[in-house]
Each structure stands twice: as C-alpha cells, then as structure tokens.
Design a binder for this molecule. Structure first.
Ligand code: G6P
Length: 612
C-alpha cells in the first residue's frame, strides 16, 4: 500500500511529484507529502487527506528544488494525520525518507534509538529509518562518496519487514538513494533526469524506459546516471526495459472515472489477452512449456489469489476440472500460506495477481515453491514481484488498471485461465477435441459480445437508481454463475458500501432464505441452460417471499414471470462470467455514482495490498 514517487532532473520537482502522487492515489489516500532540497535545506510539506490537499499548503507552489521525493499514504502504524504523513526526517534534519511497506521490528529499533538519545515525532514505523541512517552515518568515520550508501546498507540490515524507500540527504544534494525489499519500485530513465515510482503508469507520461528493481538492491540516482549496487555495495548492471503501454492508457480519456473507462476497455483488453494464442492449431503460451508427462503426473492444481483474482480462479476451477480431469482447489492466499497446505512436486500451483505485488499471494507462492511444487504466476504487470518468483509467468496484457475496484483485470484473468485450461487439455487429451474447439470459438466471440452488452446500459442504470438506498442485497447463482455472483457482491461492497452476500442457489434453503423479506433485492444470475430450471425454482422461492429480483440470463434462457431481466449473449457456461459480470460491474458503478461516492477510490481500500 502507499505510493511513492521521486524525481531528479532540471525541472521543478514539486509539480512532477504531485502529478505522480495523484496517479498513485489508488494505493492509498489518507495523507500525502513531498520533500525537495533547496538552499542546502530539505523542505518537507505534508498534509492529511487526499493528495490535492497539498495544494492548500502555504508555499507549496514556491518550491523550486529539482530533486524530490513524495508519498501518498494508506495508514498502517499511526492514524492518518499530518505528523504521521511522510516524508519523515531524522532528528538533525539531514535525511528525509518516504517508505512503502511495514517495518516489523520498528519498536525494537525505536527503543534502541531512544536509548541513544533520538526523539520521535510520529507514531509511524517509518520514522526509525531516517534516524537509523543518521546514526550509522555519524558512526562512520571515513569520509568518501559512499558514506551515505554505507549508512543505508547498515540500516537495511537492521530492518525486518517490507520496504521501498527513497532517501534525500543534505550531505549529497544531487543524489537520491533508493532501496527495495518485497515492495514495488521502478525507475524511469529520462534524458538528464530520472524518475521513481511505485508503479509504471504513474510516470508513463515522462518515459517509457524502465529499470525494475530486485530485492535488496540499492540504487543511487543522479541527473545523468543510475547506479545499481547489491547489498554488499558491489556495483551491478541492470537491463533497461521499454514498456509498450501508451501514456493515454493511464489517463481517463474522457470518461468520468477510471472504473467506467476500464469497464468499457474490456473488449480491447480481452483481445489483447487472447492475442494470437487461438489463431491456429494447438495453443502455445509464451513463457510456458509444460510437458504432457508433467501434466499427467499431477494429482492436484491449486489456484491461489486474493480478492477479485481469487474469484477469477473460482471460475477456472470448473474449466480445468472439466477439460483436464484434474482436481482443482481454489484458495485465499492469506489462508493457504498459514495452513500447511498439502503441496508437493505432483501439485501445480497457480497464483493470480493483477498487480503482481500482493504480499499474501507472493508469500503463498514462495511456500509452494519451497515444498517442491511448480509455480505459475498470472499477472498483468510485466516484471512484477510475483513474476520474478514464479517458475513460469504468463500475462493478461489488459493494460494498466487504475480504479481500485478491479474490472478488466477480472475478465482478462478468466479468459487467460480458460486458455490455460485448454492448453493443458490439448496436451492431456482427456476430452474430445470438439469440446475444446467450441470453447476456443466462444472465447474469440467474447469481445464483440461485451461490446453488445455495453451498447445499452440503461436498464442496469435504472435498476441501480431504484435500489441505491438499500442496506442489504443478495446475489444468487449456481456453478460459474455462483462464482461470478461472488465477484458481483464484492464489487457492490467495495464501491457502493452496501452490504451484500452471495450464495450458491442450492444453499438458499439452508439458512439464507431466513433473511429474505418483503422488498429485499436479489440479483440472480442464470446463464447455464443445464442448471436453469433449478435456479428458476430458487428464484421463485425468493419472489414468493417478497424479494425484488434482478435477473441476469442468457438470451436463450426463458424467464417466465420475472419482471427485471437483463439478457446477455449466449456463450459457453465456462466463460459466461466474462459477460454476466458486466451488468454487475455497471450496477455497482451506477449505485456508487447515485450515492455520490468516489468510485475510483473507495474508503479504506487500496488497489495493491503489499502488506499482510
Ligand atoms: C485488493 C484490490 C482488489 C484485488 C486484490 C488482489 O484487494 O482492491 O481489486 O482483487 O487486492 O490484488 P492483485 O493485484 O493481487 O490481483
């Protein structure tokens, strides 16, 4: 969580820093701050609340420094306040630090520093960092140009936890030092200037050339140079990576919100995900070369992820089990990692993470790897942490997703997982070719079918207007309709703050039906012709008890007796969530708008959960 930006060049740093922070607000937005160096002094300005609140600070527009660091916060230690905002300084005001992550042993370090006479002004874990750097800097009696680097290196040795840290120092006013461990950070290379950010989209309008940092690397940036060191301060070389995303992909491009833009981008995103994979013959997936023998040796596949990504995994379970006849377990990363899961070399573990930076998912992957399983990461971000840990990495290529509530990442994950299922199935030859070929064709039809749904959104909008004041809603479905209902319910909670639950329709009678009373809203998804009769009976049971039902069905499904029905194009039930989720996304979106909420930055949430 938290977003950090840095700049060193010949331009005024503050507008670049604030602009970068605004693009990183999805990572946290309860306070923000910047620091620059001017006239031998580090100037820090910070404020509680959104990044835009920085503009309320006296003198913010007068900062002329051409080197600076900046931070937007998602509070972990210490409530959101000006004092707890970053940057934090050491007691002598010689070092300023911004930090993303958590220092787990900060109490111990703080006590050690207090004993040595240091004073603390905030309740954060971060404040130990500038003071530790200062402490080691003062201890070091050699005076050469690596003195600050040595102090940073010693500090990092003491830190337990995760961090991406940017450091400014008055002892070297033309350099910035950066270090990361288990927290994202990229360096953007410019001409006579260099940029830093927690992610690529925030600085995409300045450069397309990036260095991706590995854990424990220390970087020294000047205007013309980027020097990389390993943890023993030995200089190392790193390749530069050119990113193909256009700068516009990180802009709203005329849409009111990023979420709406990303909903409408889904046809394009899925076309990119599919790429040429289904064009001819058997599927090849770049980055993957699993053999028939290996796949035959498997007795279980685990799919592990958090939030929306986990919901995409639930859809894929049905596909992989059906096409490959291998048992698939879907698990929440934070549960998997603490449960001693039964994983060995006969288990393939698939990890899904849009950002590729989710702490629990990465830890779950490392655990499976240590138990001898092969690991496969599915991410949207090239070079993200998870892809560097996994044995194999494949990408959704959905383009940057900025809104906290995930939309296009979900649909592209479902599509890629289905393609992966087909890839396995073609090697395993356990089902008829026709089943596979039909599914391939159905996947290829998805983008135009989504376009069809998006042509007219009035019905969903009107229903949202009718029910936006409600306190509780229920989602029902069977099979993949249940899997997608979980995602619909999550979207509603995330951006409209309406309590909602999703139930497998067959479970209704085992408890939840007790909650159904007059005028309760139920969103019932019924797209599978084989299950529809049973689902309709369940819907009738809630209608009889007074529920208002908004049904999402396929155009080939009869829906006698239901007044509010949205029809989606017919497709294979294995991938129908890619279509049925669209009205659900729009439903949450319109409710959120109706309530006047901030769709892109819902309260308490952050897009990338880089802490446990
Ligand atoms: C957060 C986000 C969700 C996302 C989840 C997993 O909770 O708000 O939208 O699904 O993290 O993120 P990942 O980047 O690992 O897919």
């Amino acid at each position: 969580m938290c977003g950090i930006v840095g700049y060193i060049g010949n331009k005024k740093a503050s507008p670049i820093l604030i602009n970068g922070l605004l693009r990183l607000e999805y990572r946290g937005y309860d306070s923000a701050g910047i620091a620059t160096i001017e006239n031998d002094e580090i100037k820090v300005m910070k404020n509680k609340g959104r990044v835009n609140n920085l503009y309320e600070l006296d003198g913010i527009n007068d900062l002329v420094g051409t080197i600076g660091i900046a931070h937007t916060r998602w509070a972990t230690h210490g409530k959101p306040s000006k004092e707890n905002s970053h940057p934090h300084m050491d007691n002598s005001n010689s070092f300023a630090v911004v930090h993303n992550g958590i220092i787990e042993n900060y109490n111990e370090l703080k006590n050690m520093l207090i004993e040595k006479g240091y004073k603390f002004l905030s309740a954060t874990d971060t404040e130990v960092i500038p003071n530790l750097i200062h402490y080691y800097f003062e201890q070091d009696k050699t005076d050469d140009d690596k003195k600050i680097l040595r102090a940073v290196k010693s500090t990092c040795k003491d830190l337990k936890g995760s961090y991406a840290i940017e450091i400014l120092s008055i002892y070297n006013k033309d350099k910035m030092i950066v270090v990361r461990k288990d927290s994202p950070l990229v360096i953007g290379k410019g001409n006579g200037e260099n940029y830093l950010s927690s992610d690529i989209p925030a600085i995409l309008s300045y450069t397309k050339d990036f260095y991706l940092l590995d854990d424990n690397e220390i970087v020294e940036l000047s205007r013309d140079e980027v020097k990389f060191y390993n943890q023993d301060l030995k200089e190392i070389q790193k390749p530069i990576k050119s990113i193909e995303w256009g700068a516009l992909s990180a802009e709203k491009d005329g849409y009111e919100d990023f979420m709406l833009k990303e909903i409408y981008e889904q046809p394009k995103a899925i076309r990119e995900t599919v790429g040429a994979k289904l064009d001819n013959g058997s599927i090849e997936i770049e980055g993957l070369n699993l053999t028939k023998e290996y796949l035959q040796s498997l007795n279980k596949i685990y799919i592990v992820a958090c939030g929306t990504a986990m919901h995409a995994g639930l859809v894929a379970k049905t596909t992989i089990e059906k096409l490959c006849k291998i048992s698939v377990e879907v698990d929440i990363a934070s549960e998997f990692r603490y449960r001693e899961p039964l994983v060995d070399e006969k288990t393939l573990c698939i990890y899904i993470s849009q950002s590729g930076e989710t702490a629990d998912t990465i830890a779950a992957l490392k655990l499976a790897k240590s138990k001898g399983a092969k690991t496969l990461a599915i991410s949207n971000v090239i070079g993200s942490s998870i892809t560097r840990e996994a044995d194999y990495s494949i990408y959704t290529h959905a383009g940057p997703e900025i809104a906290v509530a995930s939309t296009k990442a979900y649909t592209s994950q479902v599509v890629l997982l289905n393609i992966l299922g087909i890839y396995f199935a073609e090697k395993l030859e356990r089902v008829e070719k026709e089943i596979i070929n039909n599914l391939k064709q159905d996947i290829l039809n998805l983008p135009s079918q989504i376009e069809e749904i998006l042509k007219d959104t009035n019905q969903v909008k009107n229903f949202a207007k009718k029910v936006y004041k409600e306190k509780d809603m229920f989602f029902l479905g069977r099979g993949t309709d249940y899997a997608v209902s979980l995602e619909g319910s999550l979207k509603l909670k995330e951006i409209s703050y309406i309590h909602s639950e999703s139930y497998a329709s067959g479970e209704l009678k085992h408890g939840p039906i007790a909650l159904i009373e007059n005028d309760v809203t139920v969103i019932a998804t019924m797209t599978n012709p084989d299950l529809v009769e049973k689902s309709i009976s369940n819907v009738q049971e809630v209608v009889t008890r007074g529920a208002k039902v908004f049904a999402i069905t396929s155009e080939d499904i009869k829906n006698d007796g239901l007044s509010q029905v949205i029809k989606i194009p017919k497709t294979n039930p294995l991938i129908s969530p890619v279509l049925s989720v669209i009205p659900m996304q729009l439903f949450s979106y319109y409710i959120s708008k109706e309530k006047g909420l901030d769709v892109d930055k819902p309260r308490n949430l952050a897009k990338s959960v880089t802490v446990e």
